[in-house]
Design a protein around this ligand. Structure first.
Ligand code: GTP
Length: 325
């Protein structure tokens, strides 16, 4: 089977970081978000197609420099086509059924089991569903006893949400769905297409473990905590001369002599953390500098950004001053 990964969004909720870098390349627990998503795929997937758009060249360069464990092809959109338009545009050659993944989902999910469930009975699609308290930002499914989806409502007000089971952004679809998406314009797959597919057999696959949409600062950092706890961190290097419980995943050339780490931290390549600085629950991206005695908590420091000596950064997204807009 092949997998189609949607990676063309603007990542507006993570600005200004996403002015400089697509959100899927933000490292969590020492590994870019996109690579944590690809880790979910069964090893027998024979090709991953990345439907790119915003900062497509950067994604392309990155996957060439750091090849994932699957053959990867990128198909870039000249204009944003939305999730459905992106599927239509990039979906040629996907085979009879394919995985469809959002590229900002951090989860404990067995996608081989999702694929097996899909093959168990004739159907058009099987969507992984996560159970959440606040359904407002998501597409919400109503389910029959056999987990057939009987209604799907995108971002309903709480009183109109048919359940607490939401679209987890991980699914298997028959390629026939691509014929149902109009070409040549932006289309939201979830809003415009999915409700019209239900009559042909779309089933839910209920996830039981951790799931999050890592598209906001808070949720991205919560996902990072989960990845460390689950033993799914990337590079676990700890800069010499630093102390504190961490956990920490730092690039080999990051320096932090005399700094302390009070919680989960990722340090990208070339990061310099000054003596006496304290970091917890944060991501500091490539080439950023955290000054002496600064304190960075529950924050993301973007590539090349500078936190001045002694500055307190709490619950912030810090971009480079020049901004790359
Ligand atoms: P926000 O702007 O912060 O909402 O983030 P986003 O742009 O990523 O939007 P959202 O989280 O709703 O997108 C869900 C998934 O679809 C993500 O994996 C996006 O990268 C992807 N996506 C959103 N819009 C497009 C698009 O126009 N084309 C493609 N190829 N993918 C898209």
């Amino acid at each position: 089977m092949k997998a189609l990964v949607l990676i063309g969004g603007f990542g507006t909720r993570l600005r200004p970081i996403t002015y400089a870098v697509p959100k899927q390349l933000i490292p969590l627990a020492g590994k870019p978000m996109l690579y944590h998503v690809l880790d979910l795929l069964p090893r027998d997937v024979d090709e991953v197609v990345l439907a790119t758009g915003y900062k497509a060249d950067e994604v392309d360069r990155f996957v060439r420099a750091h090849p994932p464990p699957f053959p990867v092809r990128t198909v870039a959109e000249a204009e944003p086509l939305g999730t459905g338009g992106g599927m239509k545009h990039a979906g040629g050659g996907l085979g009879e059924t394919f995985y469809l993944l959002n590229s900002d989902v951090i989860a404990s999910a067995d996608l081989a089991a999702l694929g097996a469930t899909h093959r168990r009975s004739p159907r058009l699609g099987t969507m992984a569903l996560a159970e959440v308290d606040d359904t407002r930002p998501y597409g919400v499914a109503a389910l029959a006893e056999d987990d057939r989806i009987t209604a799907f409502v995108e971002k309903p007000p709480p009183e109109r949400a048919p359940s607490h089971w939401i679209n987890a952004g991980l699914a298997v679809w028959s390629r026939r769905v691509l014929d149902r998406i109009p070409g040549g314009r932006a289309v939201s797959f979830e809003q415009e297409i999915v409700p019209g597919l239900l009559a042909e057999g779309v089933y839910g696959f209920r996830l039981r473990g951790f799931w999050d949409d890592a598209g906001t600062r808070e949720r991205l950092l919560r996902s990072q905590r989960f990845l460390f706890e689950a033993g799914r961190a990337g590079d676990r290097h700890r800069p010499p001369g630093s102390s504190g419980p961490g956990p920490i995943a730092a690039a080999a050339d990051a320096t932090a002599d005399g700094a302390t780490f009070g919680g989960p931290v990722t340090l990208g390549r070339g990061v310099e953390v000054g003596s006496g600085a304290h970091l917890e629950d944060c991501v500091v991206m490539d080439g950023a500098r955290v000054g002496r005695g600064a304190r960075v908590v529950r924050s993301i420091v973007g590539p090349g950004a500078i936190v001045d000596d002694g500055r307190q950064v709490v619950d912030e997204l810090v971009g480079a001053a020049s901004g790359d807009r």
